[in-house]
Design a binder for this molecule. Structure first.
Ligand SMILES: [Zn+2]
Ligand SMILES: [Zn+2]
Length: 306
C-alpha cells in the first residue's frame, strides 16, 4: 500500500500555510511577504493574519499577488475562547471565505461570552477551511485541549517561528497521542513567519495536486495528499507486509514511528531508499515516517492507517 500523496495524480507544490503580515503583527506588507515566498521558490502561500478585533478581523486579500507559477489561499489564524491554561486558542484556518463571520475576540486574551476554540474551529471547517492545531508546544496545549478540537484536520508537527523564537516547535508529542486515540489527523510543518526574527523559510508542506490552484490544493490538503518538510524530499512511502519502503532525497536516518514507544530507525550514508522492518511497530494501528538529512533537517510523512 502506497501512501496517497505518492500515488495521487499530479505533482508536488511547495507552500507555507501559516504566515503573518502587517495586517496583524507581522512587519512586512502582504505584497512583500508574497514576493519573498515566490522569490524563494514557493508555489503557494496562505497569509493567515490574527483574526482579532484589534486588527479589524483581517482575512488578508492576497488575490492581487497571484501570478503565473504562484498562487495564494485565503486564511487566518483564528482565536476565541480559553485553553486549560487560561490563554487564548490559536487555530490555523486555511481556505476561509473572505466574508467569514468574525468571533467576539477583541484581543489576545479570552473574554466573557465569546465562542470556544472548538466552536470557531468547527465554524471554520464548515465554511470550507483546512483546520490545523497551531503550535501545540508553544501554546502549552494539554491533551484534553487538543482532543476537544474535533474539527481539526491536522496538527502542526513543526512551527519554525516557535523553533527560532523559543525552542518550542514540537507538535509530534501531542499528535502521536491523538493518533493513538484513533484521530485521523495529518501533519503540517509551517513557518508562522512574522519577519521580525529568522522565522521564515524553515518549514513547509509539499502538496500533491494536478494544478497549483487554491481549490485543488485545499482538496489535496483535506485528503492528506502531502508531506511536511524542513528540507528533505520524500518521494515514496510504501507499506508492505513486513516493512516500510521509503524513497527520499539523500538522508542519513529513516524512522518509522507507531503507538506508544514503538519506533525503528535505519541509519546510513546518503541514503535515497531504505527498507525499515516492521517488527517493533507491527501491532500499531498507525505508522508514520520521519527522515533526517546530514544537516539535521527533517521531513515527515502523514500517518498510514492499517
Ligand atoms: Zn499562533
Ligand atoms: Zn501565527
Amino acid at each position: 500500500m502506497t501512501l496517497s500523496a505518492f500515488s495521487a495524480p499530479g505533482r508536488f507544490w511547495r507552500g507555507n500555510l501559516h504566515t503573518h503580515s502587517d495586517r496583524s503583527d507581522g512587519c512586512l506588507t502582504p505584497q512583500e511577504v508574497c514576493r519573498r515566498y515566490r522569490a524563494e521558490g514557493y508555489d503557494f502561500l496562505a497569509l493567515t493574519d490574527h483574526f482579532i478585533g484589534a486588527y479589524g478581523y483581517p482575512i488578508t486579500d492576497t488575490v492581487p499577488f497571484r501570478e503565473a507559477g504562484f498562487t495564494t489561499i485565503l486564511g487566518a489564524e483564528s482565536h476565541s475562547g480559553a485553553m486549560a491554561n487560561g490563554e487564548l486558542w490559536h487555530i490555523l484556518a486555511v481556505g476561509l471565505p473572505a466574508d467569514f463571520q468574525p468571533p467576539h475576540a477583541p484581543g489576545f486574551s479570552p473574554v466573557e461570552g465569546q465562542e470556544s476554540g472548538p466552536e470557531i474551529a468547527a465554524r471554520a471547517r464548515a465554511a470550507g477551511a483546512f483546520v490545523a492545531i497551531a503550535h501545540p508546544q508553544w501554546s502549552g496545549l494539554t491533551l484534553a485541549d487538543a482532543r476537544s478540537l474535533t474539527a481539526a484536520h491536522a496538527v502542526e508537527i513543526y512551527n519554525h517561528g516557535c523553533a527560532t523564537g523559543c525552542d518550542r516547535a514540537d507538535g509530534a508529542a501531542i499528535a502521536d497521542l491523538l493518533l493513538s486515540e484513533g484521530r485521523r489527523l495529518s501533519l503540517v510543518a509551517t513557518d508562522d513567519a512574522h519577519f521580525t526574527e529568522p522565522d521564515h523559510f524553515g518549514g513547509w508542506v509539499m502538496v500533491k495536486a494536478e494544478e497549483n490552484a487554491p481549490e485543488a490544493l485545499l482538496t489535496a490538503l483535506k485528503r492528506g495528499d502531502f508531506y511536511a518538510s524542513q528540507g528533505p524530499e520524500l518521494r515514496a512511502v510504501r507499506l508492505a507486509k513486513h516493512e516500510v519502503a521509503v524513497e527520499s532525497s539523500a538522508v542519513q536516518t529513516v524512522i518509522v514511528q507507531g503507538h506508544g514507544s514503538a519506533a525503528t530507525a535505519v541509519h546510513g550514508q546518503s541514503m535515497t531508499s531504505a527498507t525499515v522492518p516492521l517488527d517493533r511497530v507491527r501491532t500499531s494501528p498507525w505508522l508514520r515516517v520521519t527522515v533526517i538529512d546530514r544537516a539535521g533537517k527533517r521531513a515527515w510523512s502523514n500517518p498510514i492507517w492499517r
